[in-house]
Ligand binder design. Structure first.
Ligand code: NAI
Ligand code: MG
Length: 356
């Protein structure tokens, strides 16, 4: 299969980890006789230095012309004081907006080999943690009208939580289709006992569910979900929820796996193409030292194969290679334990390629 991938190395450790992910994609290309082209795109802090803005038009165009975007990370202290209108993260918001990416997929999956890193009790972790949070990304309270004004001599602030039916409908489809690629179970998270947006959310979820008779749908209140994620994470397959609940729950979900360097994420829209990236930032404290963990980015590249290109087997091969490398005791510094073999960032990439 031919695919054009826009690659944004970005800032800090971005270029180091993206290089390893591209190495892995090239190994998959060779193994499965695909033909990927890689268009390097300048965005983030490095683009501010070069062009005076974090997302130059030609960079955005390259993303729009691609079949999917692979991103390292953007930002760093160097650009903390630039004008807010050109901040590095504006590049990501711009790409998300222009590509129409309204769904964020974040897996919470624990490698049994690293179970000790989880803050959860071993007996809970042993039941398995392997679920996907599907978060609505472009609606809800983060995008509703915001106001601060004076009422009776004191300040008063409001944030408006709002959702259109069509916004809920499309994220519902994303969730059910994601569940079809997994274990056919969706838990829809809301606060329907109090919020109108949640009551609409629940209604639309159940309507859309009729189109997916092979997927089981269950409702859960958000406060209960927060408890269940730490109490019994094995019950979850796909969690779908609105923007703010998803922001909080997806961070909770990543933390129970214990390591920020290992977790990928995807931002998806109507079409299959999207933007794929690790959940961590540009880690300026370790940039340029070849010690970053490239696994989150490598798994993000795998997610791209699975969700954007329907290459489920290719992704499974990447996931297995990563799991086997960990089983055989190879570690980067951030997940190093006594008695294991410590690898540099590029050595970890090479090792995963070797296992593929
Ligand atoms: P961070 O995720 O970059 O780093 C947090 C801690 O985790 C650091 O100690 C770092 O060394 C470590 N870490 C992160 N990724 C790692 C990896 N792959 N291997 C080993 N260790 C790793 O978060 P922080 O420090 O809050 O943000 C740094 C910069 O990144 C900021 O400018 C922030 O705005 C930006 N950022 C960018 C994101 C993106 O591009 N999507 C997301 C989050 C933050
Ligand atoms: Mg967050």
């Amino acid at each position: 299969m031919k695919k054009n991938i826009a690659v944004i190395p970005g800032d800090g450790i971005g270029p180091e980890i993206v290089k390893e992910a591209v190495k892995v994609l090239k190994a998959i290309e060779k193994k499965y006789q695909h033909a990927f082209t890689y268009t390097e795109v300048c965005a983030g802090g490095c683009a501010i230095d070069k062009y005076g803005k974090s997302l130059p038009e030609e960079s955005l165009q390259a993303c729009l012309d691609s079949d999917s975007v692979l991103l390292g990370a953007v930002g760093g202290p160097k650009w903390d004081n630039v004008d807010p209108s050109i901040r590095p993260e504006k590049a990501l918001l711009g790409i998300r907006k222009e590509m129409g990416l309204y769904a964020n997929l974040r897996p919470a999956k624990i490698f049994p080999q690293l179970a000790a890193a989880s803050p959860l009790r071993t007996d809970i972790v042993e039941n398995g943690i392997d679920f996907m949070v599907v978060r609505e990304l472009t609606g809800g309270v983060y995008f509703g009208e915001k106001k601060t004004y004076e009422v009776n001599g004191e300040l008063y602030a409001t944030d408006n939580m709002c959702y259109y039916e069509h916004e809920i409908k499309r994220i519902a489809h994303t969730a059910f289709q994601t569940a079809r690629k997994r274990n056919h179970k969706v838990i829809s998270v809301d606060k329907a006992n109090v919020l109108d947006t949640s009551r609409l959310w629940r209604k639309v979820m159940h309507e859309v569910a009729k189109e997916y008779p092979d997927v089981e749908l269950q409702d859960m209140l958000v406060d209960n979900t927060a408890m269940q994620i730490v109490k019994n994470p094995a019950q979850f397959d796909v969690i779908v929820t609105e923007n703010m609940f998803g922001d909080i729950l997806s961070d909770e979900a990543s933390m129970i796996t214990g390591s920020i360097g290992l977790i990928p994420s995807a931002s998806l829209g109507e079409s299959k193409r999207g933007m794929y990236e690790p959940i961590h930032g540009s880690a300026p404290d370790i940039a340029g030292q070849n010690i970053a963990n490239p696994i989150g980015t490598i798994l993000a590249a795998g997610m791209m194969l699975k969700y954007a290109f329907d290459m489920d087997e290719e992704n499974a091969v990447i996931e297995k290679a990563v799991a086997d490398v960990l089983s055989d005791g190879y570690r980067t510094g951030d997940i190093m334990e006594e008695g294991k073999t410590k690898l540099f960032c590029d050595e970890m990439g090479d090792k995963i390629v070797e296992y593929i």
